[in-house]
Design a protein around this ligand. Structure first.
Ligand code: RAM
Length: 546
C-alpha cells in the first residue's frame, strides 16, 4: 500500500519540477472565465423610512432601530439639512451596489462646497459602535463603509465611487456655506447576478420559520452572487474556494446559475501557482489575480468537491475533462502532507487549514477526513471521465487512511475523534469524519450526541462549520436533530432581526467576532446561505409541518 502513496507522490514530484504545469492552458482558462462572466441585474431603490437608534440590552448586540416619526425620506428632500444635521435612513433591505446623493437647493445658490460624512452598515450595532481610535492589530479600518464627501455642485446626482453593501445609511453634515440651504435626495442602485425567482419552491404546509430561513438564505446568496461568488459583499468582497463550494450547492436549489460556478472554477485554475497548486482566494480587478498569501489545502480539496458537484449538475464533460489535471495536483499535494496514512501538519510548506473561525481549534483530524473524502470524490469524478487508470489506487488509499484514522484518532473509550497533540475534542472533527465515512452511522450518532452535550468540547462558531455539522447529522440518520438544529441556529439569526445571514454566529455570544471587533464582521456572508440546500434537498425532513 505504501506504493500507492509513492505512486501518487511521484506524479506530484514530476508536476512540481515542471516550469509552469499549466502554461499552455492558463490563458485559455482565463478567457473561458471571462466569457462566462454574468451580467449584473441593476435595480433602483429609494429609502423606506428614517430611523432612530435605541440602545437595548435585549436587541442583537445591544442596538436596534425604531421608525423616526418626525422625519421621512420625502421630508429630507425638502427640509434644510443644516438644521437636521444628521439622519439615518433605512433602505428597506440589505443591498449591494452604488449610492447616489443629490443636494437639492431650497432657496439659495450653493456658494461654497458642502461636506457630508456618510456611513453604510449592515446591522444597527455596527452603525452605533464608535470606530475610532482604531486598534492597530485589527483588520483594516478602511473596511468600514464611512466616507467624507465634498460636493462642489448642487442639483447634480453624485454616485459614491466605492461599491457599498448594507441596509442603514447615516448622513452627517460636516460643513458648508452659511447661506446655502438644501435637502437631500437619496437612492441606491443594487446589483446582483442572481435572477428573480418565480416562486419559493416550498411545500404548502412548510413551517413559517423554515420559510423565513429559506428567504433570508436566498437574500444572502443573491447579495453574494456578483460577477463571482463573493464571500461577503461588505468584507472581503472576493472569491474563496470554501465559500464557492457552499454557494454552488445552494445555487443548485435556487438561482441555478451554473455558468457562474464554471467561471469561478476556471478563474482559480487560470491563477494557480506555477506548480499547479491553487491559491485559496482571488480578486477579479483590475485583472484577475490571486491573493498570493493564502495556501490552504483544506480549500484546495474543496475545489475537487465543487468540480464534482458542478459535473453532477451539468454533465459538462468538456469542463470536467479540461480541469481534471487541476484536481490531480491538489490531491497529490495534499497526499504529500500524509505520513503513514495520517495527515502531518508539520510537513512543509505549512498550510492554513481553515474549517472554522473558533479560536484555538485544531483541524488536523478534519483534514485527515477531508483527504479521504477528496480521494473518494476524485475517484467518482475520474471514473465518470474515463480516467480509470489514474484513479484506480484511490479507493485503497482512502481505506488505509480510514483505518489509520480509526486506529490513531478514534478514542475507543469515548467513541470520539480527537485532533492534534492535545487530543482536542471538537464538534467539527466528528462531523468531518462522519462525512468521510470514517465513523459509521451508529458511531456517528453517538459521537455527535456526546460531543454536542460535552461542556468542554469545542463548538462551531460559524455557519460554515455548522453546515458540515448538519450534513453529518443527516448522513448518520439524525434527521429530527438536523431539523431542530438548523431551525434553532439559523432561526436564532432570524429572531435577532437578520436580513441576511452572518459570517460568525454563536447563539451563546452575540458579540463574537473573529476579528475582535463586531463592526468588522460580515453580516451577509455567503457560507451561511446553505439552509437553502438542506431545505430543498430534503423536503421531507425540513418542509413538513411536524
Ligand atoms: C475569512 C472570510 C472568508 C473565508 C476565509 C477563510 O476571510 O470569512 O469567507 O473563506 O476567512
Amino acid at each position: 500500500m505504501r506504493t500507492l502513496v509513492t505512486l501518487c507522490l511521484a506524479a506530484f514530484a514530476i508536476s512540481v519540477q515542471a516550469e509552469d504545469v499549466f502554461k499552455n492552458q492558463r490563458e485559455r482558462w482565463l478567457k473561458i472565465a471571462e466569457d462566462s462572466k454574468p451580467a449584473l441585474v441593476k435595480t433602483v431603490h429609494q429609502p423606506q423610512r428614517t430611523v432612530k437608534a435605541v440602545q437595548d440590552d435585549k436587541a442583537y448586540q445591544g442596538w436596534r432601530y425604531e421608525t423616526d416619526q418626525e422625519m421621512t425620506p420625502q421630508k429630507l428632500k425638502e427640509t434644510n439639512f443644516k438644521q437636521i444635521r444628521e439622519v439615518t435612513l433605512d433602505l428597506g433591505d440589505h443591498l449591494t451596489g452604488y449610492l447616489q446623493l443629490n443636494l437639492l437647493p431650497i432657496d439659495s445658490d450653493m456658494d461654497a462646497p458642502t461636506r457630508l460624512r456618510i456611513m453604510l452598515g449592515e446591522v444597527p450595532a455596527e452603525m452605533n459602535t464608535p470606530l475610532d481610535p482604531w486598534a492597530e492589530n485589527r483588520l483594516a479600518r478602511s473596511w468600514m463603509q464611512d466616507e467624507v464627501i465634498t460636493f462642489t455642485l448642487a442639483n447634480v446626482p453624485y454616485t459614491v465611487p466605492r461599491r457599498l453593501s448594507g441596509r442603514y445609511l447615516n448622513i452627517q453634515f460636516l460643513g458648508g456655506s452659511t447661506t446655502f440651504n438644501f435637502g437631500i435626495d437619496v437612492s441606491f442602485t443594487s446589483e446582483t447576478s442572481a435572477r428573480k425567482l418565480e416562486s419559493d419552491g416550498l411545500a404548502e404546509g412548510c413551517p413559517q420559520m423554515i420559510r423565513d430561513i429559506d428567504r433570508i438564505g436566498k437574500a444572502t446568496l443573491r447579495e453574494c452572487m456578483q460577477t463571482v461568488y463573493e464571500d461577503g459583499p461588505k468584507r472581503d468582497r472576493r472569491l474563496w474556494i470554501g465559500d464557492m463550494y457552499l454557494e454552488s450547492l445552494a445555487n443548485r436549489y435556487s438561482f441555478q446559475n451554473h455558468l457562474l460556478t464554471k467561471r469561478c472554477l476556471y478563474l482559480f485554475a487560470g491563477l494557480a501557482r506555477e506548480n499547479g497548486i491553487l491559491y485559496a482566494n482571488c480578486f477579479e480587478y483590475p485583472k484577475p489575480h490571486p491573493q498570493r498569501l493564502n495556501y490552504m489545502i483544506s480549500y484546495n480539496l474543496l475545489y475537487i468537491m465543487t468540480l464534482l458537484e458542478y459535473y453532477r449538475d451539468t454533465k459538462d464533460d468538456e469542463t470536467a475533462q479540461d480541469l481534471w489535471p487541476v484536481i490531480r495536483v491538489q490531491l497529490e499535494d495534499a497526499l504529500a502532507h500524509v505520513d503513514n496514512f495520517i495527515f502531518n501538519p508539520d510537513k512543509q510548506p505549512q498550510s492554513w487549514n481553515f474549517f472554522d473561525h473558533r479560536a484555538g481549534i485544531n483541524t488536523d483530524a478534519c483534514l485527515q477526513a477531508l483527504i479521504i473524502d477528496a480521494l473518494k470524490a476524485s475517484h467518482e469524478l475520474g471514473m465518470a471521465l474515463g480516467k480509470t487508470s489514474e484513479v484506480k489506487g484511490y479507493p485503497a488509499l482512502a481505506k488505509r487512511m480510514t483505518e489509520a484514522a480509526r486506529k490513531q484518532l478514534l478514542d475507543k473509550k469515548t467513541g470520539l475523534i480527537v485532533s492534534g497533540r492535545d487530543r482536542q475534542v471538537s464538534v467539527i472533527s466528528q462531523a468531518w469524519m462522519i462525512r468521510a465515512g470514517v465513523l459509521n452511522q451508529k458511531e456517528g450518532q453517538k459521537a455527535l450526541t456526546t460531543v454536542l452535550t460535552m461542556p468542554e468540547s469545542v463548538k462551531p462558531s460559524s455557519p460554515y462549520a455548522t453546515h458540515y455539522l448538519i450534513e453529518a447529522m443527516l448522513l448518520c440518520g439524525m434527521e429530527q436533530e438536523a431539523r431542530t438544529y438548523l431551525t434553532d441556529y439559523w432561526g436564532g439569526m432570524v429572531s435577532r432581526g437578520a436580513d441576511t445571514f452572518f459570517e460568525a454566529y454563536d447563539p451563546e455570544n452575540d458579540h463574537l467576532s473573529p476579528y475582535g471587533f463586531i463592526p468588522l464582521n460580515s453580516y451577509c456572508h455567503a457560507w451561511s446561505c446553505t439552509p437553502i440546500y438542506f431545505i430543498h434537498k430534503y423536503p421531507e425532513i425540513f418542509q413538513t409541518s411536524h
